[in-house]
Design a binder for this molecule. Structure first.
Ligand code: CTP
Length: 405
């Protein structure tokens, strides 16, 4: 990902994982970014301010009211200076202070004053993480648009095992890069479909599926971060529109097809993440079917007819467009997906195992295989849908560079 040098403030709070902060600093500096650190008083017990000062070449701010520091560059200027703030490690205490808008030290004041995106890498004991108070704070912060990376599962410094380990420094730096955006898809128009379709039976009932749209929305968000113009055709989903994305809502497969084909000319990349219904009721009753009419007929038979395969239609008029399909499989995932990519004719197929509880429909994580027409298979292990979206788009960029226009 190519990115202009940006200004990143690393806010360090008091956890044992603070010793990994220098790695995050170095990783981001390698991209040419300017990194500064601020820390809470307890953070200074875990990592020496002097180490961070030497690494960043800038004063490490700790005190809100330090006469030698305040005035030279006060906390508001620090908040305004940053293009991105990373809180790592983030203790349960700082999450509580952030969610309540407290500003009783330098770090919390900067976090309240900034208008920059904030990325939080929590690290704490597993029981503190799962405590309803922490979870409620997380809900509030997520709602306000704060970004999170981790925590991971593993052996914790306190001796317990479970969720609470700070995400690896590389993962934090990768997520930071993503939030800073890039121009790697600048000039591309990406058409993405997401969510399930609903096929009406009568005025109130429909046949739908369990797709939440999360994977397609994560792809739309990520493509917009990379500088693409993004048109998102959304089926049935409750998700908010990602920033910078143009959205068209549809309900049925036929409506989705119409919008996709109308937008196709302007698209250079098409990603079909939607769970499109293969069938629709042949007849849509204008009025609600009454229970009495079902009882009198001893039930009714719904005749289903086939919906057009939108992906296959897009592939049939692919031109120099790059087309990515998805495959929802519940058995023989790789074999079925290899067959599917041949049938559909797309450049890349993202196959997921929908029988897993932690992947596929309506969860925040996914584990997929990226499959190419020549039979190349790459496994992306269980990761957040945001991370999977980034990896899918990395592969799309690679194919884009290989494929002549
Ligand atoms: N798809 C589509 N139009 C359809 C059905 C599917 O565009 N009517 C697209 C999906 O958006 C996805 C890909 O085709 O990108 C594969 O969808 P999937 O449901 O996995 O496969 P199907 O083609 O429906 O085949 P099957 O149900 O037999 O697995």
């Amino acid at each position: 990902m190519t990115t202009e040098p940006r200004r990143i403030l690393l806010a360090v709070t008091g956890g044992i994982a603070a010793y990994k902060v220098p790695e995050i600093v170095r990783d981001l500096q390698r991209d040419g970014h300017e990194v500064r650190c601020a820390m809470t008083r307890s953070a200074a017990r875990f990592v020496a301010p002097l180490s961070l000062q030497v690494l960043t070449g800038a004063t490490v701010r700790q005190d809100l009211f330090d006469p030698s520091e305040e005035g030279e560059i006060d906390h508001i200027r620090l908040a305004d200076w940053a293009d991105l703030i990373i809180v790592a490690p983030a203790t349960a205490h700082i999450l509580g202070r952030m969610s309540h808008g407290l500003a009783d030290d330098l770090v919390s004041s900067v976090l309240l004053a900034t208008r920059a995106p904030i990325l939080v890498a929590p690290a704490m004991n597993v029981n503190m993480w799962h405590h309803p108070a922490t979870q409620a704070n997380l809900d509030v912060l997520r709602e306000r648009g704060i970004h999170f990376v981790g925590p991971g599962v593993g052996e914790l410094a306190c001796g317990w095992e479970g969720e609470g380990r700070m995400a690896d420094p590389e993962e934090i730096a990768a997520q930071a890069r993503r939030l800073l955006g890039s121009d790697s898809l600048a000039g591309e128009t990406v058409l993405i479909t997401a969510g399930g379709t609903a096929e009406p039976i009568d005025a109130v009932r429909s046949i739908t599926n369990r797709s939440s749209g999360k994977m397609g929305f994560a792809l739309a968000e990520e493509a917009a971060h990379r500088g693409a113009r993004v048109c998102l055709v959304a089926g049935v989903t409750a998700l908010p529109t990602p920033a910078g994305v143009e959205r068209v809502d549809v309900e049925t497969a036929m409506e989705m097809r119409e919008v996709v084909l109308a937008q196709l000319d302007s698209a250079s990349i098409v990603i079909k993440a939607a769970a499109v219904a293969d069938f629709r009721p042949e007849v849509r009753e204008e009025q609600k079917i009454k229970k009495a009419s079902l009882e009198s007929q001893d039930g009714i038979t719904l005749r289903l007819v086939t919906n057009p395969d939108i992906l296959a239609e897009v592939c049939a008029q692919k031109g120099d467009r790059l087309v990515v399909g998805f495959a929802a499989e519940s058995e023989d995932v790789v074999q079925s997906a290899l067959r599917k990519i041949k049938q559909k004719g797309c450049d890349l197929l993202v196959a997921n195992d929908i029988s897993r509880a932690d992947a596929g429909f309506n969860v925040d994580t996914n584990s997929v295989y990226l499959i190419t027409p020549d039979g190349e298979i790459e496994e992306i292990p269980l990761s957040s849908k945001r991370e999977v979206a980034a990896q899918v788009l990395d592969r799309v960029e690679k194919l884009r560079n290989e494929k002549p226009r």
